[in-house]
Design a protein around this ligand. Structure first.
Ligand code: NAD
Ligand SMILES: CC[C@@H](O)/C=C/C=C\C[C@@H](O)/C=C/C=C/C=C\[C@@H](O)CCCC(=O)O
Length: 259
């Protein structure tokens, strides 16, 4: 998929990985709607991107992925402004083992909500032009991260949902590819949560074990993950793929085949 003239939505775009995904899409010619609950950071990012790419290449839309009404309106505004929707990245995510219902709501329900809303515009069966949806899981969507069981569960959920949607799309003819990014630890603000008793709650005693895991796995730069993301957007042969981004490089996950 060539990106010149394509239109993308990225959730959780104000900072961290979402900002990186938005920037690599812009560099490659796409227009990007930046959705985030963080209004100050989102507006400030839009201002700096305007200087680099001009004001017509991005939109910042305040949006909490937990709100059906805000999310639907944000996607509607994107399509009204840019005329189409080709690439959708469900990236917004949090760690919170105390308010674990919020973690499920943002990380899993937000991804399902975003995917279904995107389908309303992208699905070839309902007049869309197809495209690609990339959901941001984690290596903790393929194996356990001991200090954050609910975060681990939500990311496993994102992996299962995305793979099932890829199969549903192929079988039904939506014309949409569905792929996953599963990074190990990346240098962003979310890592602070792994050292916060207020966020880890009953698992706070496992902070040091997590630190050891970080030392073993290493901590990636955002740019290493954005390159992997671009690969999944551009490569038309990748559908239902889960790309692990590790210190030793990127590799596609294999899954047990039962049927
Ligand atoms: N950094 C890592 O180590 C790592 C590793 C694997 C996967 N991930 C995943 O990458 C994604 C991005 O995380 P990050 O590392 O950039 O973290 P981050 O905390 O830097 O950024 C998360 C962004 O999501 C936004 N956000 C949070 N709740 C939201 C909501 N309800 N609605 C809309 N936006 C919301 C935040 O405002 C923030 O801008 C997450 O899904 C995370 O689970 C991160
Ligand atoms: C916010 C941080 C979070 O998203 C990142 C977590 C990173 C690591 C957690 C670690 O405990 C999970 C490991 C999961 C492994 C799963 C599958 C393996 O088969 C992957 C193999 C990778 C390899 O070949 O080295």
């Amino acid at each position: 998929m060539a990106l010149e003239g394509k239109v993308a939505v990225v959730t959780g775009a104000a900072q961290g990985l979402g900002k990186g995904f938005s920037e690599i899409l812009l560099k490659n010619g796409a227009k990007v709607a930046l959705l985030d609950v963080a209004e100050v950071a989102g507006k400030s990012l839009k201002e700096s991107l305007d200087e680099q790419y001009g004001p017509d290449r991005t939109l910042f839309i305040p949006c909490d992925v937990q709100s059906q009404q805000q999310f639907k309106a944000a996607i509607q505004k994107t399509v009204e402004t840019f005329g189409q929707l080709d690439i959708f990245c469900n990236n917004a995510g949090i760690i919170n083992e105390v308010d674990w219902e919020k973690a499920v709501s943002v990380n899993l329900m937000g991804v399902v909500r975003g995917t279904y809303l995107a389908l309303e515009h992208m699905n070839k069966l309902s007049g869309g032009q197809g495209g690609v949806i990339v959901n941001i899981a984690s290596i903790a969507g393929l194996g356990p991260l001991l200090s954050v069981p609910v975060y681990t569960a939500t990311k496993h959920g994102v992996v299962g949902f995305t793979r099932a949607m890829a199969d549903a799309s192929k079988e039904s003819g939506y014309g949409i590819r569905f792929n996953l990014i599963c990074p190990t630890f990346v240098q962003t603000d979310i890592l602070n949560a792994l050292q916060s008793p207020a966020i880890l709650g009953q698992f706070s005693n496992l902070e040091d074990s997590t630190k050891k895991l970080m030392e073993q796995h290493g901590i990636l730069d955002v740019s290493q993950v954005t390159e992997a993301f671009l690969q999944l957007v551009l490569d038309e042969t990748k559908d239902g793929a889960a790309l692990m981004v590790l210190s030793k490089g990127s590799q596609y996950s294999t899954f047990p085949s039962i049927i």
